[in-house]
Design a protein around this ligand. Structure first.
Ligand SMILES: [Zn+2]
Length: 82
């Protein structure tokens, strides 16, 4: 379904935030995790080892961490970008 280099995003329900990333293959995504998006859980992801409590920075995580339970969309050029 996804190809390396695909521009993907998820819509964070409730706060109307579009979370963008670039799929790099092997179920991994490079994206910017913003501070303030922390969840109460401090556990490391068993799949990619990502600690979701870390501060804002560009990270490479698995697709599950990128989506964080939200829906996956593939960015089509020409769409409005927030
Ligand atoms: Zn992960």
């Amino acid at each position: 379904m996804l190809n390396p280099g695909d521009h993907i995003f998820s819509i964070r329900a409730g706060i109307l935030y579009y979370h963008h990333g670039i799929y790099v293959g092997d179920d991994m995504v490079i994206h910017l995790m913003a501070a303030g998006m922390k969840k109460s859980s401090s556990s490391l992801c068993p799949k990619c080892g990502y600690n979701r409590d870390r501060d804002s920075r560009i990270v490479k995580t698995c697709l599950d961490c990128f989506l964080d339970g939200n829906s996956l969309h593939i960015f089509e050029y020409g769409m409005p970008c927030k």
